[in-house]
Ligand binder design. Structure first.
Ligand code: UGA
Length: 452
């Protein structure tokens, strides 16, 4: 099928590459000319494992452009995957979405086209996008409206595992109020739903994956599914962090508690890692947007609000723990292991490391940091913030009064703790992710503490 994708961020680019890999003919459009130029030259603007390899394999079916007249006429499916960043009120900024919808509307050629919201958009946006498309197409075609239907196809991929989640998803959700739109999307996703595509050698099909469940529903339900999923994941993490507080007081081990409850199949083991809490561009934005939407209907969401409160508290706990150990923070040196909001990405949006670094700097602490991938992006986006960046994780330990593990990059598990301990002024580590080997670290003479 002929597909156009508007926006080449994480979601747009991953979707484009995966659909091209399935054999569809895909145009990826972005208004950022430098991004498109880079993509045409084979350079990928984001760090995402295996994206390079899959793009190589899908290349014959992929085209990149800044031009709507190139991408839209003739496309059977147009995905809108533009950014919807949060505004101060918590409601998402829909400027890019409305621009994209107007431009698509102006270039529809009269054949039936399904326009799909893949960006996380407020409930009701499907109808709104439909009206923008209609207005734009009518203006251009002097009264003859184009033939299109709007659908919602929320994305559930995790950064760092984006291709795995797109090729082998837990489910695909499509929502539309017109049957023919659902049928087009069903055909588009058929190779993934039936798992008939040849699995790439670098991303083999997991043994337990066969057919993928399809949730085919109405527009509003699909839109709400996305928010409800992210809010639930965020509150699952906040829940274990809240239990972690009690665990700490009563002398229980939160990792054991998480394992003990996670083995209950009604609860499940994932997203129960306690620590400094969730970051990234999605959970904060989507929980805020859900609360904002509910309040438009006069509804409160105390559970979702509590998930946010608990998450903020986890960041404060880092400072509290360091204060407890070091007594005075002014003039101390603290080293952060990890900057990215989670491993396998260089994304720094809502990264706990940035919040923690700022809190420490505000208290007169000298902050050092290391990240295997995100350093360059950190310097570009934050101009170092006064943080002293080190090339090696070991360098962070030099002269430090405390280390904090912020991002659980796998390589941090095997650091030479003996050497690090000797380099530190005060051999103390706060494991903010319950990711390190307590015994190994303690043997080095370093004091090991967790966040809960
Ligand atoms: C999240 C969802 O997991 C995806 O399903 C969704 O598609 C995506 O948002 C989105 O809306 O675009 P992502 O933000 O990439 O994906 O990252 P996650 O793996 O969910 O991690 C989010 C944060 O939670 C990270 O800071 C991570 O360290 C933290 N986390 C995760 C925990 O603190 N504990 C856990 O047990 C799991």
């Amino acid at each position: 099928m002929r597909v156009a994708i508007i926006g080449t961020g994480y979601v747009g680019l991953t979707t484009g590459v995966c659909l091209a890999y399935m054999g569809h003919s895909v145009w990826c459009l972005d208004t950022d000319a430098s991004k498109i130029q880079a993509l045409c030259a084979g350079q990928i603007p984001i760090f995402e494992p295996y994206l390079d390899e899959l793009l190589g394999a899908a290349r014959p079916n992929l085209r990149f452009t800044t031009s709507y007249p190139d991408a839209i006429p003739g496309a059977e499916v147009v995905f809108i995957a533009v950014g919807t960043p949060p505004t101060p009120s918590g409601a998402p900024n829909l400027e890019y979405l409305s621009q994209a919808a107007r431009m698509i509307g102006e270039h529809l050629n009269g054949d039936f086209t399904v326009v799909v919201n893949k960006s996380t958009v407020p409930i009701g946006s499907g109808n709104w996008v439909g009206s923008l498309l209609r207005d734009a197409s009518e203006q251009r075609a002097a009264g003859n409206s184009a033939d299109f239907a709007v659908a919602s196809n929320p994305e559930f991929l995790r950064e760092g595992a984006a291709l795995h989640d797109s090729l082998y998803p837990d489910r695909i959700v499509i929502g539309a109020d017109e049957q023919r739109a659902l049928e087009v999307l069903y055909s588009l996703y058929r190779p993934i739903l039936d798992q008939t595509f040849p699995a790439p050698t670098f991303l083999p099909r997991p043994e337990d994956v066969s057919a993928i469940p399809l949730v085919s529903t109405d527009l509003a339900s699909a839109e709400l599914i996305k928010y409800a999923a992210n809010a639930f994941l965020a509150l699952k993490i906040s829940f274990i962090n809240e239990i972690g507080l009690v665990a700490e007081r009563v002398g229980a081990n939160i990792t054991e508690v998480a394992r003990g409850i996670g083995l209950d199949s009604r609860i499940g083991p994932r997203f129960l890692n306690a620590g400094i809490g969730w970051g990234g561009s999605c959970f904060g934005k989507d929980t805020a947007a859900l609360i904002a939407t509910a309040s438009e209907y006069g509804l409160h969401m105390p559970i979702v609000e509590a998930a946010k409160t608990v998450n903020t508290r986890q960041r404060d706990k880092v400072v509290e723990k360091l204060l407890h150990e070091l007594k005075i923070l002014k003039g101390r040196t603290v080293g952060l292991l990890g900057l990215a909001f989670k491993p396998n990405t260089d994304d720094l949006r809502e990264a706990p490391a940035i919040e923690i670094a700022q809190k420490l700097i505000d208290r007169g602490v000298r902050v050092k940091a290391h990240d295997p991938i995100a350093r360059e992006r950190f310097e570009r986006e934050h101009g170092t913030m006064g943080v002293h960046l080190c090339d090696e994780a070991e360098g962070v330990a030099e002269g430090c009064d405390a280390l904090v593990l912020v991002t659980e990059w796998p390589e941090y598990r095997d650091l030479p703790w003996d050497r690090l301990a000797r380099k530190m002024r005060h051999a103390f580590i706060l494991d903010g992710r319950h990711a390190l080997d307590r015994e190994k670290i303690t043997r080095s003479g370093m004091q090991y503490v967790t966040i809960s």
